[in-house]
Design a protein around this ligand. Sequence first.
Ligand code: PHE
Ligand code: FE
Length: 285
Amino acid sequence: MGISDPVIDEQTPAADFTIEQRWERYTDEEHQVWDTLYHRQIEMLQNRAVEEFHAGLGLLDLGAGGIPDLNVINPKLRELTGWTVVMVPHLVPDEVFFEHLANRRFPSGRFIRKPDQLDYLEEPDIFHDIFGHVPMLTLPVFADYMQAYGQGGLRAQSLGRLKELARLYWYTVEFGLIQRPEGLRIYGAGIVSSAGETPFSLESDSPNRIGFDLERVMRTDYKIDDFQQLYIVIESFQQLLDATQQDFTPLYQALSADTSRYSLTDLQSTDTVLQRGTQSHATGR
Ligand code: PHE
Ligand code: FE
């Protein structure tokens, strides 16, 4: 499993699964992969990513050249919102992940994809984790949402509701879109770190795009191995934070009382439809 990285393999993770980055051990080739991906995405994300994402890249100077050094970016991030980035070997158990988020630590992979795998990822690497996720953590309202999500994750786990809560993460943190006066913009990390999905998410007529509704999201499955067939559009980051401040216990109860779930492609009469997708991408027609 995973891409081999000797600097990971030589370490014994701490109890919270963290390892050291050992930044000086990255090779020139690895730094070049970062630079190639960075420049490609920056071009693509002009007028596509939300302004706050671009601002975050600048605040942390993530385009300084090469893979970011945590010793350099963490003091800046801590100063801005109290978050830090920690390194983990590969994917970590759910409760470890939530525990880090609840304490304003974002777990990032250390390894970077190989030069011949720029568009292929079997698990999140440091480009996805840092370029994709960390700029939004400079925004106070989003920083608060991510911490609340970690706390909510620990609760959901004890209540057996992880599957539903994971959908919220998927449709917001990973694949979220936001409505801006100048048009739709991307804030989801899974999109901003993908050259293919960046234009697809905004411009393709294939996927459905609907307004945010918490219960709707929690009843809707997702696919991990292709572009999304459904995107959820928020009106503001405050909307997201406000909608998730409530105690989810009644919602979780409703979800277990009525177990109906929505298919990926069906629109509901209660949906705020921004685009009714053709689903041509999924069906190949
Ligand atoms: N309010 C949620 C709960 O009661 C926690 C949560 C906050 C979950 C933000 C996701 C995002 O469980
Ligand atoms: Fe991610």
